[in-house]
Write a protein that binds this ligand. Sequence first.
Ligand code: SF4
Length: 228
Amino acid sequence: MPIGGIQKTSLIDYPNGLSTVLFFKGCNFKCPYCHNAELISFDGEALNEEEILKELSRRSHLIDAVVLSGGESLLSDNLLSLTTKIRSMGYKIKLDTNGSNPDALKEMIEHGLLDYVAMDVKAPLEKYHQVTGVEVDLAAIQKSIDLIVENIREYEFRTTVCHELLDKDDLIKIAYWIKGAKKFVIQNFRDGQNVLAGKHQLTPYTKEELISIQNEIKPWFNEVIVRL
Ligand code: SF4
């Protein structure tokens, strides 16, 4: 699966470090709030992978980590070999994933390639289909959650929220489901031109609403973060 975009320097995508973000093309979900709507399609122009590797090699003394984002990078046939090459340059690796491919996740874990994993937990089980826009193998989602909790030292589970898709009870249900995890991030929806559902179709929560939910679920995690 090709790389559709690159952000050469990011201050916010790897915790406490500078990172380069690679956006893989193609995703098996169709979340209405997706900001990378142009990357959901598996078709279209891709960047030259050899050029990207050369660029990463040139900048390895400047940047701490590479973030595998998308789209859904775990659907990529050559992710393991690509990540191995990136790792050999000395980079830390962060994976952003929707959790739908636990076999590929396991392979990356077994090769010791992941320093940080951020997995989206999209909805309570009964609403997964509605929030992702597709039929989802819920056993696969659970398997990914378990793999991360058992094997990854630094990780976060995160849920994007807008009023049209998730209400407060849904968020409490998600939090209860993954209770005991190290870090849970509630990520507010941000509107924009590239949102899959279209601009002005979805409504973010207010800061006060999110902080009130944060306070309610705090005892269940080491850390609960609200990203506005
Ligand atoms: S938000 Fe993530 S999982 Fe959902 S469609 Fe976009 S890239 Fe795929």
